[in-house]
Ligand binder design. Structure first.
Ligand code: B16
Ligand code: MG
Length: 227
């Protein structure tokens, strides 16, 4: 049994873990979908969490039976239109939108010398972090534009581990989307899931408010005892 009491790094997803921007993504996708004659509801939006911009558009077109309707160039234009709407909605974001428990956790990780990373599918992640005043809280923010494979592929999490010079087995990841949990598991990273319906997480909590350094330490110690 190893004696490590804490992981060397904690890697966060953004939307749904650090801040809830899912409803803003949804509003922007819903307006675009409506314009091209497709209806999507909040239940459908669950399928878009953690999925890339083009991947989300593909799912919306499939749901509306319009997969073949648009050329590649038109799809890019539709995605750009949605993003412009979404970026406009981000203007209202402030540090008050940081999800419960996350600010305290980031401070505690710093105090204990545990590295912090961000692994978000969002190309808008730097802007969102800036609006929340959280840029200095992360040691490394993955550039999703340079990632070839989206979650559930582990590439984005492994890229963050590499940049932090930490082995995946020494890191914990926090995710709210099934694709993210699957990516963490595929990368050999201890997966903490936020949300009721996630499958395969090493540990699951209903909300970020229940997440703390003490909880991570307890679960990490249990995990170390198991391996
Ligand atoms: P953008 P995460 C994801 O963020 C969102 O959950 C998902 O809905 C969105 O489509 C994706 O980012 C891409 O975002 O259009 O801003 O590049 O959960 O990976 O932090
Ligand atoms: Mg997410």
């Amino acid at each position: 049994m190893k004696t490590d009491t804490l992981p060397r790094a904690v890697i966060f997803d953004l939307d749904g873990v650090v801040v809830d921007t899912a409803h803003l993504h949804f509003l922007a996708w819903q307006r675009l979908a409506q314009r091209i004659g497709i209806h999507i509801d909040a239940a459908f939006n669950e399928q878009l969490k953690g999925v890339s911009r083009q991947g989300s558009l593909a799912r919306i077109l499939a749901a509306g039976g319009k997969t073949q309707r648009f050329t590649q160039a038109e799809c890019e234009s539709l995605a750009t239109e949605k993003n412009a709407d979404y970026v406009g909605l981000l203007a209202g974001l402030t540090p008050a939108d940081i999800l419960p428990g996350i600010g305290d956790l980031l401070r505690a990780l710093r105090q204990h010398g545990i590295l912090t990373g961000l692994a978000s599918a969002s190309q808008n992640a730097p802007q969102v972090l800036a609006a929340l005043g959280l840029q200095p809280a992360f040691d490394y923010v993955a550039d999703s534009g340079q990632i070839t494979h989206s979650k559930p592929h582990p590439e984005i999490f492994l890229t963050v581990c590499d940049a932090l010079n930490v082995a995946p087995q020494q890191a914990v990841g926090v995710e709210d989307a099934q694709a993210g949990i699957d990516a963490l598991r595929a990368g050999g990273i201890f997966a903490i899931g936020i949300g009721a319906t996630l499958e395969g997480a090493d540990y699951r909590l209903d909300s970020t408010g229940a997440l703390s350094l003490a909880v991570i330490g307890q679960q990490w110690a249990r995990h170390q005892a198991d391996i």
